[in-house]
Write a protein that binds this ligand. Structure first.
Ligand SMILES: [Zn+2]
Ligand SMILES: [Zn+2]
Length: 350
């Protein structure tokens, strides 16, 4: 295992930038926020730690990319920033996420509330769920894994047509696996950053996906007819549990982060780290490192403590509108982490 440690001075210049206006903008943070951010860069920080590389199949060795500091994020003319007429994130559910429409509705409401806390200050709205047939997308059976897959590009074409005028972005989510083109095995998701849209599948976050007896495998003898969507009517959906909810929250916020123009993080452990496989994705934390936090904060303009409080409230809040309890067991480490961050932010306030 390799530890990707950066000297504190380097991390400070990545956070502050070298541009005079951006250094001045940094001064707008409260004393407490500055002490929190700067303390987070120190090697002994109790809240942020160095990225570790476990093998050559991890994202960083497998996909060399130029790292993105705050200044290069800020200076990118193609990044998207919400404005008063475009400050809503829309979530479009495609097909059933879970067993039964009622549970899908509840699940997606938990995701909506989570995104609204994470992107604190923006509205997150659900569009009425649609069936796979309503998108008119192409589909196929994957010849290796024998599960159903939807054509990601066709889903983006559908999302483009229905994107509301006041949208900052629209994201499609589905429990059915995706493929980008015939020659590819699968894809976790696909996005068009310039058009503010993306589509993501949580199918491979089901613990059983890679097992031999995965219930989403179709019978080898089944013949699919193009345009006949009846095969989706009672297609397998995974059982809802805390791990699936955590993975879905993590993927969704990571992918929306890209729509803001935030690239893969190479500075400290962060939800914006790239991931090449499920084990690496599970290793990533749920939240942003101080550098990516500044990127998001400058795009939206929240108080850091308010955002952490909203996330904490999401974990602690009972489900109100529905009967079942939100499965938050997997979020308990994150709850403690948020409490620690808030205690630092509030202690330095005095
Ligand atoms: Zn990514
Ligand atoms: Zn980061």
């Amino acid at each position: 295992m390799q530890c990707l440690e950066h000297p504190v001075e380097k991390l400070r210049s990545i956070l502050f930038s070298t541009r005079k206006d951006l250094i001045e903008a940094y001064e707008q943070y409260s004393q407490a926020e500055k002490r929190f951010l700067e303390g987070s860069l120190l090697p002994g920080s109790s809240v942020f730690t160095a990225i570790t590389i476990h093998s050559n199949s991890d994202w960083i060795p497998a996909h060399p990319e130029a790292p993105q500091d705050f200044q290069s994020f800020y200076s990118n003319p193609y990044r998207s920033t919400p404005d008063p007429g475009h400050k809503t994130i829309y979530i479009q559910t495609i097909g059933c996420l879970t067993d039964g429409a009622g549970i899908t509705e509840q699940y997606v409401e938990w995701l909506r509330e989570y995104c609204e806390a994470f992107y604190y200050g923006l509205r997150v709205k659900l569009l009425p769920a649609v069936t796979v047939a309503a998108t008119s997308c192409m589909f196929r059976v994957n010849s290796n894994t024998n599960n159903l897959q939807l054509h990601a590009g066709d889903l983006l074409t559908f999302l483009k047509k229905i994107k509301p005028k006041d949208a900052f972005c629209i994201v499609g989510i589905t429990m059915i696996d995706l493929y980008p083109k015939d020659s590819w095995n699968f894809v976790f998701g696909q996005a068009s950053l310039s058009e503010g849209m993306g589509v993501f599948s949580f199918a491979r976050y089901d613990d059983n996906f890679y097992t031999h007896n995965y219930a989403g495998k179709l019978k080898r003898t089944l013949k699919l007819k193009p345009g006949d969507y009846s095969v989706f009517q009672d297609y397998y959906t995974p059982p809802i549990n805390s791990t699936l909810l955590l993975r879905s929250c993590k993927t969704l916020t990571h992918e929306i982060g890209h729509i803001f123009g935030i690239k893969h993080c190479q500075w400290l452990q962060c939800v914006m780290q790239g991931s090449n496989h499920l084990e690496e994705s599970d290793r990533r934390p749920l939240d942003l490192c101080p550098i990516c936090l500044r990127k998001l904060q400058c795009a939206i303009g929240f108080k850091i403590a308010d955002r952490y409080k909203a996330l904490l409230q999401w974990i602690e809040k009972e489900s109100s509108a529905h009967q079942s309890d939100k499965p938050t067991e997997a979020f308990q480490d994150y709850r403690q982490w948020l409490c620690k961050c808030l205690s630092i932010l509030e202690a330095t306030n005095k």
